[in-house]
Design a protein around this ligand. Structure first.
Ligand SMILES: [Zn+2]
Ligand SMILES: [Zn+2]
Length: 233
């Protein structure tokens, strides 16, 4: 293996040896904390990568189609290596904690979606979590100690969730998907107003001059914690 291509090696080794706790630890480096949602992403991503058995070097050999932008998605990005930046992460704004991971060469894919009422089942399994989650996350009312307690609880819950049988957590379907085309490479142009470089597909013309959507006060799509919407500056 080329020395520069080895950085994902430890993750691949953890996938092969089913070291889900190791993967969870790794996910924390991008997610910032450990929680049940990211643990489910680890589980689903691990199942998919084991099933598809395809190495991912970030060149779209494997594509992950997520249906939510929540903690789950960071678990998926960690394990599959399909990320926002390497064009192998496709986001369907459906608000479902679900992912389809597909292999480019033959379209073989697996879709995992959490069982219905998974949130309710989670809070039934861990009765202390519900009120604390509401106080700290939903109402943003927690003090430092509440945050600390939730952090401990989430770590414990996440580790336990990793051990639950995958079929208890997810509905799983094996399927074949039509793979999206490889991401195209476009030329860049400079905005005639701000002078910043823009990919040519995002240029609009103002008085015959190429202009960015922000300077032109045109609508563009924005992805926030609330999903994809249209906005303008
Ligand atoms: Zn989280
Ligand atoms: Zn501009």
């Amino acid at each position: 293996m080329h020395e520069f291509a080895a950085a994902r090696g430890p993750i691949e080794a953890m996938i092969r040896s089913s070291d889900l706790e190791g993967l969870l630890r790794h996910a924390e480096t991008i997610h910032g904390h450990v929680c049940p949602g990211v643990a489910w992403g680890i589980q689903a991503g691990h199942y998919a990568m084991t099933t598809l058995n395809r190495k991912n070097t970030g060149m779209e050999e494997v594509v992950a189609i997520v249906e939510c932008n929540n903690c789950f998605t960071d678990g998926i990005q960690t394990v599959t290596g399909c990320t926002f930046g390497n064009n192998a992460l496709i986001f369907k704004d459906l608000g479902k904690t679900a992912v389809t991971v597909a292999r480019r060469d033959d379209g073989a894919a697996v879709r995992l979606v959490v069982k219905p009422n998974f949130r309710q089942r989670l809070f039934e399994k861990y009765p202390a979590a519900g009120p604390l989650f509401k106080k700290v996350v939903m109402d943003r009312q927690g003090n430092e100690e509440d945050h600390h307690r939730l952090d401990h609880l989430w770590h414990a819950m996440a580790k336990k969730e990793l051990q639950a049988p995958i079929t208890e957590q997810f509905d799983i379907n094996h399927l074949t998907v039509n793979m999206p085309a490889y991401a195209r490479i476009f030329a860049s142009v400079c905005c005639s107003i701000c002078g910043e470089e823009i990919i040519e597909t995002r240029v609009c013309m103002r008085d015959g001059q190429p202009t960015c959507l922000a300077c032109a006060k045109e609508h563009y799509f924005i992805l926030t914690g609330n999903g994809i919407t249209l906005t303008r500056d």
